[in-house]
Design a protein around this ligand. Sequence first.
Ligand SMILES: [Fe+2]
Ligand SMILES: [Fe+2]
Length: 409
Amino acid sequence: MSVLLDFLEFIEVSRPQPLAELLSRVLLKSRQLTGAEAGTIFVLRGSRSRRRLEAADAQNDLVSLQSIPIVIPLNETSIAGYVAVTGETVFIDDLYAIPGEKPFSFDPSFDRRLGYCSRSMLAFPLLNHDRKVIGVVQLINRRDGEGKGPLPFKADQADLILPFNHIVGSAVERAQMLERIEAQNIRLKRRNVQLQSQREKIALLKDQTEEAFQLSISLLARAAEIHDDNTARHVKRVNEYSWFMATLLDLPRAFCDEIRYSAQLHDVGKMSVNVAILRKKGSLDEEERREMQRHPIYGYQILSASDRLKMAAEIALNHHERWDGGGYPHGRKGAEIPVAARIVSLADIYDALRSPRPYKDGYSHERARDILLEGDERMDPKGLLDPQIRGLFVEQHQGFAEIWDRVGS
Ligand SMILES: [Fe+2]
Ligand SMILES: [Fe+2]
């Protein structure tokens, strides 16, 4: 009856629980069933040549144990090693009188250190479902019901435990596996935290690089327009009109984002034009005009060096081309002119109309709109601009007025 209860208790032991706790319970239960005064439970650890037995728990009713890690190499020279290697159950009546023909011997140094005297021993293997050894239980000094002893262990004491060996072994194996999975989980979590913080650092670096890039090109754009009585707001507004027009044309998101910073660089080439020509008050002579009209090419040369400024380079090169082919520097017409340049062309003209110049006040939005719609004595918008872009401007002109007001003059 009591054996059955113990069996049921061991089954209960086999539910998942921390390995160290389970091993302590197995050792304690083994000692209770056999009357052992002391004992040690070992588990097999390490792989291949580094296989070894490590004490998971040691118990002794008489002396207090120091927590010295006990590690035994996996060979037959020690009792636990012998049990682990052979899978045999070993009974020893007197540890200090082991017959010489046995391959193992008893190491008395623990006794000496603890001031204890080991006498009898029962050592048996813990087996898993495949009958492979996964650990060793060593029980020491049996006492009988009245506490007399130490007495030798007998086969019938071992019989109380061994029938449940594989249940215990499986529980131990499962707990070991759970522990390995948990350790793996902890490592993975730590790794994830590291990766996350690296990703954040990279993102921050990217943001900072992007900010530096945006700042550099806006300064470049501003520097290029400095001789034109244009303000920093002019380049900002041209960016915004261009972005707005690109969205009206339903161009891809990446295109809209790119034109929003590329548009401002349309006149970068002016930095290569002689300042005397740029600042000249009266009209330019033929040679000066030709030099001035080279600024699209200069701009293209400056900007085409950078991959991220490919669109800006196209805009710089083509923003003075006309829809009818009468523009410069190449006299391209219609769809030969990149769409980004056609957009910026309208944006730049609208902004120029609205901006005050030494020789004129800035025009109202309505007047600028009418000029882009009908033309005036100086401008023929039909020959100048892409009809689709001009049509969208006429439809959505209020959006341009809003940008002018929002960015400010
Ligand atoms: Fe220009
Ligand atoms: Fe401009």
